[in-house]
Design a protein. Structure first.
Lengths: 307, 424
């Protein structure tokens, strides 16, 4: 090869490289277009830079709450209030459920669906009701997809939701402290901090956690406007959520939506630290048990039978 | 550590003085980038093909970020799938590269020492793939900074996932340092200073074990998932890593010898195939041990195994995968029995490919998915990856192969002394 040829080859090669690089850049721009589109319409810079809930000052939190209200109005066309409802002093919430009277009607699950602004398409709820064979406590005999009149005489019914464990595996495994146990015993999620790795969902032994596989869809008219930051506000896409014992209600002295919806009075909710509470009476006078006690999760959700 | 590198006698050291000024690491990196973008038509074709596959996946991932992970077939029942399966397997490949490092540095195997950089580059590419698979599994990748120590909230030491972040990135940095330093010194024709790489090499050996142990702990620490909650998981991970890593490297070495003109004796192949011959049996024994425990005792804790091997309530999506895996692994083990298998390239390559496929299934879909089936409330909801998941997965494999190709493209000429500071 002569010098001339080699330098000509080099020029051609450089030109080819430049052309290749240009084409490559164009293809790359095309490839990442959905991300660019999502960053310009999906979330704000303020949201991106937002600190962890527990590190926000009252002023900063105020700004965040108003921003979420504005986002809800823009995205869903609904005027809502998003509050921060702090835990009550000397309170630890507990829940008990009477399996003798539960008829498996799933009104609790339905009430949860509405109260907590769940995605309508997937008909999500924090409560699953198992229909179990009498004579067995093995969940392997249970079904959640039963579709017939209830109650069936040879079955009993076991609603399952977050057990608000004192030793919660979901809290332990979260890499970024996006989920934690509040002073009143409720395990909460900062929906604006969660990165959506779903490790908590793998860790939970009770199938209590849900992931937002897509952006929740709810018609404006159906949105419950009384919302709180840590509970029933409409969750963003790509983050975890779970039952919060309706803290926006219970921290104000009301009962959880699932309890109010129950037609048989199977549900008992209250403050475990109050010796005169009904929940304490149940724990002291009934034979109660917790689910999967052998795992050491120490649930604060109890089950009992009447006799 | 008294041995010297083959090119220590090169006049390169003098050459760097001829230039009058020091050839800095930054300039060296630039030179490497130039080497990485210059090659034969075959090289360009290969890189363009990989780039195309990669970009298709990047686009699909963009859609997944924008429209939500409903594009995957994961659900609240099976919340981890193909991505985490590939992640787990690639951690093994990364750790498996240490099977070259140990003979090369600990036992002063001269021939292995000349090739060890290939193993380290495989580890680097594999770790990049691991990071890729974890990233595409995130619902909110835009919030990645929440996971950065000091900036975000790092739940260490409680969460095993934070340990995994530390060990994987640490392993990546250690290998980047060792590879970069040795290549730089070789390029300059200088003798590498032992204190700048020997401690890191030893560290990388311990670290290789740690990345796989920690990844196993990620799963076996979960009491609510009986299928994972076994003390055998970490040892099983290690055994299979020391099959899949060497299997990949053997095939890579044979390709490099055949097509890239890399010359070496049969020693390294013999060492690696001897390692595989043992580790594949240990791996199989551990699987058999798990199978016995689950099926003999029975009960609801064995439901995942029943699903994996035979199907449950008529749901059998994983059964063909499982038996394929068992079949290919056993055939590979038998092929490796052949005396002097290292001298029979076709047999060896078939064995390596079969073992690689078998373990990709066993430690991927076969390990991740059944832990979710049945669910913790014993619902049987199946999972078959969506087209989007396959596209994104292929894209990360293409990305890994790109890093591997570029790494070897740069490292092989330097390490063999063909490309030095003196060559233009």
């Amino acid at each position: 090869m002569t010098d001339q040829e080699s330098s000509g080859g080099l020029d051609r090669r450089t030109a080819m490289k430049a052309a290749g690089a240009t084409l490559g850049m164009a293809a790359f721009a095309k490839a990442v277009a959905p991300i660019v589109e999502w960053t310009t319409t999906g979330g704000s810079v303020d949201e991106f830079l937002q600190k962890h809930y527990r590190e926000l000052t009252p002023d900063q939190l105020e700004v965040v709450l108003r921003r979420i209200e504005a986002e809800t109005l823009e995205d869903y066309g609904a005027k809502v209030t998003v509050e921060d409802v702090p835990p009550l002093e000397n309170t630890k919430f507990g829940y008990a459920l009477n399996l003798s009277v539960c008829i498996g009607c799933r009104q609790c699950a339905e009430a949860c669906h509405e109260e907590n602004n769940h995605d309508r398409a997937s008909h999500n709820s924090y409560i699953r009701v198992l229909e179990m064979d009498k004579g067995s406590m093995d969940m392997e005999t249970g079904r959640v997809d039963y579709d017939h009149a209830v109650p069936q005489s040879d079955k009993f019914y076991m609603p399952i939701q977050c057990q608000q464990c004192d030793n919660a595996p979901c809290v332990t495994v979260c890499p970024i402290e996006a989920t934690w146990k509040e002073p009143d015993g409720i395990v909460t999620v900062d929906y604006n901090w969660c990165i959506g790795c779903r490790y908590c969902e793998a860790a939970c032994p009770y199938h209590a956690r849900r992931f937002n596989w897509s952006k929740p869809e709810i018609p404006a008219a159906e949105i419950n406007p009384d919302q709180s930051y840590l509970s029933n506000r409409i969750r963003p896409q790509g983050v975890m959520e779970k039952c919060t014992f309706c803290l926006h209600r219970t921290r104000k002295g009301k009962m959880p939506a699932c309890l109010e919806a129950c037609p048989t009075g199977a549900r008992v909710f209250g403050n475990l630290l109050d010796p005169d509470s009904e929940i304490r009476w149940v724990l002291e006078n009934k034979r109660v048990f917790v689910l999967k006690e052998e795992l050491g999760t120490r649930p604060q959700f109890y089950y009992f039978f009447d006799e | 550590m008294t041995q010297t590198l083959p090119t220590d006698q090169d006049p390169g050291a003098a050459a760097s003085h001829h230039h009058g000024q020091r050839f800095g690491y930054g300039r060296f990196l630039l030179r490497m980038m130039r080497m990485a973008t210059d090659g034969s038509p075959l090289f360009y074709a290969w890189m363009i093909a990989l780039t195309a596959i990669w970009l298709v996946g990047v686009h699909t991932w963009g859609l997944q970020v924008r429209d939500g992970m409903a594009m995957t077939h994961m659900s609240d029942h099976v919340s981890w799938g193909l991505y985490i399966a590939n992640f787990t397997f690639m951690v093994g490949v990364a750790a498996g590269a240490v099977m070259m490092v140990i003979p090369a540095y600990l036992y002063h195997d001269r021939e292995m020492h000349d090739l060890v950089i290939i193993g380290e580059i495989v580890a680097i590419a594999a770790i990049f793939m691991c990071l890729g698979f974890v990233t595409v599994d995130l619902g909110r990748p835009d919030r990645f900074w929440h996971m950065m120590p000091f900036f975000g909230k790092f739940n260490w030491p409680g969460s095993m996932l934070t340990w995994d972040v530390l060990v994987l990135n640490g392993y990546l940095l250690i290998n980047l340092h060792v590879v970069g330093y040795l290549l730089y010194k070789r390029f300059l024709g200088e003798k590498p200073s032992q204190k700048w790489y020997v401690p890191f090499v030893y560290l990388s050996i311990i670290w290789a074990v740690s990345i796989h142990t920690v990844t196993a702990f990620l799963y076996c620490g979960l009491g609510g998932r009986p299928f994972w909650n076994t003390a055998l998981l970490a040892p099983r991970f290690l055994a299979s890593a020391f099959v899949s890593g060497p299997a990949f490297i053997i095939v890579l070495l044979l390709i490099a010898r055949r097509f890239a003109g890399v010359t070496f004796g049969n020693g390294p192949i013999k060492t690696l195939s001897s390692i595989m011959r043992v580790t594949i049996l240990i791996s199989l024994v551990m699987v058999a041990s798990e199978v016995f425990t689950h099926f003999y005792a029975g009960g609801s804790h064995s439901a995942s195994s029943r699903y994996l091997f035979f199907g449950l309530h008529g749901k059998t999506a994983l059964v063909p995968w499982t038996w394929t895996s068992i079949g290919t692994t056993i055939v590979a083990a038998i092929l490796l029995f052949r005396p002097k298998v290292h001298e029979h390239a076709p047999t060896l390559v078939i064995a390596c490919v079969l073992a690689f496929i078998g373990l990709w299934i066993e430690k991927g879909m076969g390990l991740i998915v059944p832990a979710f089936i049945p669910s913790t409330l014993h619902e049987v909801v199946e999972y078959v990856p969506s087209e989007a998941e396959w596209r994104i997965t292929a894209s990360i494999w293409a990305f890994g192969l790109m890093i591997l190709t570029l790494g070897l493209k740069v490292a092989l000429p330097i390490f063999s002394g063909r490309e030095t500071i003196q060559s233009r």
